[in-house]
Design a protein around this ligand. Structure first.
Ligand SMILES: [Ca+2]
Ligand SMILES: [Ca+2]
Length: 197
């Protein structure tokens, strides 16, 4: 896992209608009653399908239960313990194998702290990512309030590899598509938008 994140600056990227749709849906997204409190210190879930609203929860275990549509209700409550657990990772990736039945597959879990620590935000989708690194399986044009410039480590699931962009709408520096990073180098606390392949 050690190494240097490859970062490129100023390379234009065209995400086409997918990006446009994401911008629209994110703007329209309104927090539910569960998200009205500041999400600092909490564990949040964003469903990348539909209206992309965010819910935040008191514990990581609860967030995973919501993200997995109830399939994983007993996750370790410490995020760092969970993500280092082969069993936990297998169960999260196993959600992807419930083809046609699961409404919530995890694309990645992003952490405020390095080494998968601290508050977290879980991204879910209704499909796995393709094996190709050349397509965009999903993207989020702006991280929600409370999560901008905050991500310090991440772990992908369901075959998805996240890319972290320095600016909203996929601008500025970005990380290469990677399965996971325990630290993010100069992109630490810099991510403002995300894409997954
Ligand atoms: Ca951070
Ligand atoms: Ca940023």
């Amino acid at each position: 896992m050690a190494g240097v994140i490859i970062v490129n600056r100023g390379i234009p990227v065209v995400l086409g209608s997918v990006a446009a749709a994401s911008t629209l849906s994110l703007t329209a997204a309104a927090p539910t009653s569960a998200t009205t409190a500041p999400n600092i210190g909490r564990h949040c879930v964003i469903d990348l399908t539909g209206h992309r609203s965010m819910t935040c929860h008191a514990s990581f275990q609860e967030a995973i239960a919501v993200a997995s549509a109830g399939h994983i209700a007993d996750a370790p409550d410490d995020p760092a313990t969970a993500v280092r657990s082969r069993a936990f990772n297998a169960r999260v990736n196993g959600l992807a194998q419930r083809s046609g039945t699961a409404s919530a597959l995890v694309t990645s879990i992003e952490y405020d702290g390095t080494q998968y620590s601290g508050p977290s935000i879980v991204f879910t989708h209704d499909k796995v990512c393709t094996a190709s690194n050349l397509d965009i399986d999903d993207n989020l044009s702006a991280l929600p309030a409370g999560w901008d410039n905050r991500i310090s480590s991440f772990h992908g699931y369901s075959g998805c590899r996240p890319r972290h962009w320095e600016e909203k709408l996929f601008g500025g520096a970005f990380t290469e598509y990677q399965d996971a990073r325990e630290t993010m180098g100069i992109m630490d606390n810099q991510a403002s938008s995300l894409s997954w392949t």
